[in-house]
Ligand binder design. Structure first.
Ligand code: ADP
Ligand code: MG
Length: 396
């Protein structure tokens, strides 16, 4: 992995510094209040450092999917307010992303000031990576910093395009994400175990292939394991199944034998009569799944078996809950796996929005070595893809 220049490698004193952050925080639908500010907190070290170094800090982020139009509910005012509380300093918020009003305010900024631009995706040029829009963004600043690892797998104007016009370096969060994830690929402490769950096997195919190469063992659960079970000829009832992925999944089973990397599926499953929080449910052995029932969690034997493996792990990467953890009746698998990872002495890294929500729910988010702020970005990185937002940064 090529090391990237960071905020420490450039002189920012007195400079206007455009910082791409990931403030795509979840909002309460009824009140519009921020329900989880972890992404804002994660960007604080870079913002504080730049401000202390006397930079004029111009922050930009997307939120939601406004599709190139102004959507009132997706303005960044609540983000500016929370950021200001966390920084203990005022944060001015613009109602525009670019344009004359912004230029006037930027011109008047003093060293150390922090300004937040409006939601980048109000501009149609953002997701299209329009060079004119990228140039207009770049014209606000002297230096560009990307601290939005969660958006680095997208080639958008604020993550990629702008880097063509300004010296571009990584922020501290970006640096930490890249160091941690490349550590997994380079010299992981063994045994290296991947735990994969979540809802769709098609989202995880790229990483399964890669993990068969680099891991010692892959433990599967969640909705995605049923396509694997089906490929092994096991009955799966009405569980999630992606029939079109079966050929690919079968080739992974072959590769797992060839490589000697165990690709494990649950030994028992919690099945429910319907997809509902209060559905009738029971534990059955894998292969004994009754017709018409669906698997919504891994069973107690599987939790014990996975736990035994995880307690001996040197490194664990986890993406995807083991069951529908949002519902108590189907949360035991996800909780059991999370607890085993925390109890082990392994280097533990998680990726994925729902996986970190689960860790938070169980109060374990601070017990992991690293909880990645990127879902898609961390998976693509581990697959070995070049992330456009990373490639665009200057090499050390
Ligand atoms: P992440 O966001 O961590 O990458 P995913 O988005 O892939 O994870 O999957 C998370 C979702 O998968 C959760 O909302 C969970 O309820 C759902 N899920 C887990 N197990 C099952 C299952 N057996 N059947 C259906 N959905 C499941
Ligand atoms: Mg998800």
């Amino acid at each position: 992995m090529i090391k990237k220049k960071t905020v420490k490698d450039v002189d920012v004193n007195g400079k206007r510094v455009l910082v791409r952050v990931d403030f795509n925080v979840p909002l309460d639908k009824a009140t519009g209040a921020i329900t989880d500010d972890i992404r804002i907190r994660a960007a604080l070290p870079t913002i504080q450092y730049l401000s202390e170094q006397g930079a004029r800090v111009i922050l930009c982020s997307h939120m939601g999917r406004p599709k190139g139009e102004v959507v009132e509910a997706l303005r960044l005012d609540p983000v500016a307010e929370r950021l200001s509380e966390l920084l203990g300093a005022p944060v001015r918020k613009m109602d525009q992303v670019i344009g004359p009003e912004v230029l006037v305010v930027v011109e008047a900024m003093r060293p150390g000031d922090v300004l937040l631009l409006e939601n980048l995706r109000f501009e149609p040029g953002e997701t299209k990576n329009d060079p004119d829009f990228a140039k207009a963004l770049a014209s606000l600043a002297d230096v560009y910093v990307n601290d939005a690892f969660g958006a680095a797998h997208r080639a958008h104007a604020s993550t990629e395009g702008v880097a063509h016009f300004l010296p571009a370096v990584a922020g501290f969060l970006m640096e930490k994400e890249l160091d941690t994830l490349s550590g997994l690929l380079e010299e992981p402490k063994r045994p290296f175990i991947a735990v994969l769950g979540g809802n769709k096997v098609s989202d995880k195919l790229g990483v399964i292939g890669r993990f068969l190469d680099i891991c010692d063992e892959i433990l599967t659960g969640g909705g995605m394991c049923f396509t694997l079970m089906k490929a092994q000829g096991l009955a799966i009832g009405k569980s999630l199944n992606e029939e079109d992925q079966l050929p690919q999944v079968r080739s992974f089973l072959d590769k797992s034998i060839e490589k000697g990397t165990a690709l494990r599926v649950p030994e028992d499953v919690v099945v429910a009569a319907s997809f509902a929080e209060d559905a009738e449910h029971q534990v059955v052995e894998a292969g004994e799944m009754p017709e018409g029932w669906m698997g919504l969690d891994i069973g107690p034997l599987t939790i014990e078996a996975y736990r035994a493996s995880l307690l001996d792990a040197g490194t664990v990467f986890w993406n995807g809950p083991m069951g529908v953890f949002e519902w108590e009746a189907f949360a035991a698998g996800t909780r059991g796996v999370a607890e085993a990872i925390v109890e082990s002495h392994a280097v533990s890294v998680s990726g994925g929005g729902d996986t970190s929500a689960a860790l938070k729910k169980f109060g374990l988010e601070n017990k992991f070595t690293h909880v990645s702020t990127g879902g898609g970005a961390s998976m693509e990185f581990l697959e070995g893809a070049d992330l456009p937002g990373v490639s665009a940064l200057l090499n050390k």
